[in-house]
Design a protein around this ligand. Structure first.
Ligand code: AMP
Length: 293
């Protein structure tokens, strides 16, 4: 694996592969790699000739300076993990490399970005994400880029911006990797105290209860959400949001008639966690139709 820190070096390194028609895959990350990130790298390894992993803690997507300062960083460990998972190139630029003096462009989507994470973290969050992802796609020029379903809204935003801006990259969204007990892996989990680690399981349990009710035929979102909220409440958690939406555009559903995306965010102690689950109602049993004689 080759480590590069500048766009010029990255492009030079990729040039022979690009000329040779190799399929280039990009896995954008903010580092502090865990098995969720490694699953994206493994997926890229399985389907691409060249795998680029970017590692950049993007300051513009943090609304809270303390959150940015506390974000776990471990570049040497990350390099070892990325190499082990099959990365060919680790691109770890500095903030000045990504945002040189005079930088003045923002990529901003309307729709999809104002709700949920956008509402909680502020308008600038998805502007920061959209701008840095657009830049990374332009820097690397990948055929395919891999994102996690864990950040469902982010994956939808990235897919939309790639479509809107005619960026010639396929976006592949990969399943959420979880701990054995169901907690979604997140770089922020390291901040959880043992008690909060236990309470954090309520997010996944709340989504599970929603799934059970919907699978049993419940069509009323308010009934499902009340039951899921009760699960959070028993763990002493107050959700920042807990919603059932259409999977493609995050519009809340008023009746559950098809697949819905259940999304939850909650602060557990000092740590803000998110999770989501795509829930598909069981097909209605066929009504017995009696053929006319
Ligand atoms: P981050 O470093 O948190 O920006 O995440 C980098 C990429 O890894 C994003 O596409 C995330 O959605 C994805 N990711 C984070 N956690 C998980 C997980 N538990 N399972 C799968 N993908 C994940």
């Amino acid at each position: 694996m080759r480590s590069v820190t500048t766009v010029a070096d990255l492009r030079r390194t990729l040039e022979p592969s690009r000329r040779g028609g190799d399929r280039i895959g990009l896995v954008p990350t903010m580092g502090a790699l865990h098995a969720g990130h490694l699953s994206l790298i493994a997926r890229a390894r399985a389907s691409c000739d060249v795998v680029v992993v970017s590692l950049f803690v993007n300051p513009t997507q943090f609304n809270d300076g303390a959150d940015l300062a506390a974000y776990p960083r471990s570049i040497d460990r990350d390099a070892e993990l990325a190499r082990g998972a099959g990365a060919d190139i680790l691109f770890a630029p500095t903030v000045a490399e990504v945002y040189p003096a005079g930088f003045r462009t923002t990529v901003s989507l309307s729709g999809l970005t104002e709700v949920l994470e956008g509402a909680q973290r502020g308008r600038g969050h998805f502007d920061g994400v959209s701008t840095v992802v657009t830049k990374l796609l332009n820097m690397v020029g990948p055929d395919v880029a891999f994102f996690g379903q864990k950040d469902a809204q982010q994956a939808l935003v990235v897919a939309a911006l790639v479509r809107d801006l005619n960026i010639p990259t396929t976006i592949e969204t990969c399943p959420t990797v979880r701990e054995a007990d169901g907690l979604a892996l997140s770089s922020r989990n390291v901040h959880l105290s043992p008690t909060d680690r236990e309470r954090a399981l309520a997010l996944q349990r709340a989504l599970h209860v929603a799934d059970e009710l919907i699978s049993a035929g419940e069509h009323r979102p308010e009934i499902v959400l009340d039951a899921a909220r009760a699960v959070l409440g028993r763990a002493g958690l107050e959700p920042e949001y807990l919603v059932l939406t259409r999977p493609d555009d995050l519009v809340p559903v008023t009746r559950i008639d098809g697949p819905v995306l259940a999304l939850v965010a909650a602060r557990v102690g000092q740590t803000r966690l998110i999770d989501n689950r795509l829930i598909t109602p069981a097909p209605r049993p066929n009504r017995q139709v009696t053929a006319p004689c």
